[in-house]
Design a protein around this ligand. Sequence first.
Ligand SMILES: [Zn+2]
Length: 214
Amino acid sequence: MNYSSRKKNKTVKYIILHYTGMKTLQSAYGRLISPLSDVSVHYLVSKEGKIYNLLCPRFKAWHAGKSQWRKDKNLNNSSIGIELENKGHDHGYTKFTSKQYGSLKQLINFLKINYRLNDECILFHSDISPNRKKDPGEKFNLNKIGVYRFNKLKINNKNLPLSKMLSLYGFSNEYIKTHYDDCIMAVKRTLKYKKINKNADKDFKNNFYNLLIQ
Ligand SMILES: [Zn+2]
């Protein structure tokens, strides 16, 4: 398995959620622990709700790749990665199971206490790499694990420009400039839209606003 050590001044600030995007649990497991692959992760949660701890979070796993969130870059440095078993958009994207949600909730609660993280630290791969990644995707429901990411934002202006809303959500300014449409689509996944496109109409703006004040 491939991993690196964390730099001394880099503490864990985030948890990044993924899906495996492979046909079977065995193939995903094999890839994540193989020294020949360039990906690794701390935890894997199967559809049956089994939690595999593949790497101690003291070490840096290779799950996020090129990524940004607010002012942070390359989030492998400062995050714990969790993979959820799911075939993903390319191989037959399915609902996440209630056993999976149950185990994930326990795992996240444990990590939140141990690493002093709050809800706003729990991110999707699609949030931090919106131009490259779709996971865990629009079938994933963050509220099912009791996480409400935006409850710390104090917003009371319904007429915010969309770019400002994207920045409050957490996208880096660079990504908002260079990957604007991808950022919109990432928000649509968080909002669990059935159709993911770049249209930002009035309805979308309303839903987005409601997410931020939730
Ligand atoms: Zn991912």
